[in-house]
Design a protein around this ligand. Sequence first.
Ligand SMILES: Cc1cc2nc3c(=O)[nH]c(=O)nc-3n(C[C@H](O)[C@H](O)[C@H](O)COP(=O)(O)OP(=O)(O)OC[C@H]3O[C@@H](n4cnc5c(N)ncnc54)[C@H](O)[C@@H]3O)c2cc1C
Length: 450
Amino acid sequence: MDSSTISLHFQSYATESVADTEMNQTFDIAIVGAGMVGAALATGLAQEGFQVALIDRETLAPFDPDSTPDLRVSALSAGSERLLRHWGAWGAIESMRLCPYRRLAVWEALSPMLARLLPDGFNRTVFDATKLGRSHLGHIVENGVTQRALWEAARSQARVTLIQGHEVRSLEQDPDTATLQLDDDRLIKASLVIGADGARSPMREMAHIGLNRDQYAQQALVATVAHEGPAQDITWQAFQPSGPRAYLPLAADRDTAWASLVWYDHPDCIKTLLSLSDDDFLKAVQQAFPSELPHLTRVTARGSFPLFRGHAQRYFNGRVVLAGDAAHTINPLAGQGVNLGFQDAEALIHHLTNARTQGQDIGGEAALSAYERERRPANQRMMLAMDLFYHAFSNARPPLHFARNIGLALAGHLPFARDEVARYAMGLDEGLSARLLRWLDRRLPAFPIT
Ligand SMILES: Cc1cc2nc3c(=O)[nH]c(=O)nc-3n(C[C@H](O)[C@H](O)[C@H](O)COP(=O)(O)OP(=O)(O)OC[C@H]3O[C@@H](n4cnc5c(N)ncnc54)[C@H](O)[C@@H]3O)c2cc1C
């Protein structure tokens, strides 16, 4: 067996993975993609007694506590924290690095005229954990930290075989089995293949599942920065017509407060920002961001991400089912992507466990369509919510400008709206209610996506 294969199944249970030959292995479930969502699925499915192969083309270096923070970070909701605790990964995240945030603020840069008309802070919505009777609203965690913690959790499960550093070359399906061929010619057979291989998902293509895709006119520039003053416990987003500017606090080390900044703008602007020297970049950020931004001292990483919305036309075909970004990619505006992916994982684990209990085929239509019926509308609602935000705030027309400031004020000042939005942001509800979204949708003008 390849030295990069860590085989951890020593124990027999309901089923056992079977090595037909050195090159062929049979599992209940093969998961392609060991990102945050794939690794969560492997752990949760093994906890339920399934034999799982978890395959990723990348390898992961051990966590280095002296490293500067990664560029890729995610706001993990309280709902995701609950799931990560259940999968046994939260302790490892805590022992590496995380930053709780207790307050979340959203506002729009006002025109001088509107600023004169509206009372100070009128359109600023602040959610405060203490007012909701909670210690925090969520955590900002580096994606690499969450992924490492989940790999550790998966490795601790005897029923998980982690195959890293290998990619899937081809897929074949027959009525009873799906067979994956890896790049070293190994054959992995399973009753079900889960494609958790990200937004570009080769598994989605191999399973002939189409994608509805739309490109947004903005791109996101993400930067890791050090700043003066103490570590912050607030995350904020200030909207501008050309796109929002966001501040996400990161775990501080002994003498430095760190943050992740996101600057959404036209691709030409993002390209220019990426070409600047570190000093000029810091000056540009300090000028363009609101005065709430602490004084920046250093930038250690910068990168840009194209923004698109993609939704798989169906969530399964034959014995292949999709989860996470492979099934849906949404605008990161409200930081919901991986939180939705963890909800997919929870639902899929539930429906597969149910199917097995009822003696059904885990790769069969009944189990997979139950999963699709639960998750597709929920993910669709969140995409609609992000589109409403995007279109409402990326527009300088005065009536809309005024309307959205009233909207922000209402969201912050009316208790029913504030509670609903806060529960949604914390991941305690899976989305804004369909009623609220339909109401907003009817009142906003229709826009093409770009
Ligand atoms: C700028 C930005 C900010 C964001 N902020 C947030 C946030 O605050 N909160 C939030 O919830 N979400 C956020 N997101 C979204 C979040 O990053 C994604 O939803 C999440 O990373 C998706 O996880 P995943 O496991 O589904 O896919 P991925 O993280 O893409 O993992 C896919 C895995 O599959 C592997 N793979 C791919 N192809 C193959 C193959 N053929 N064979 C083997 N392995 C393969 C890859 O190596 C990778 O490890 C943000 C996204 C962006 C762009």
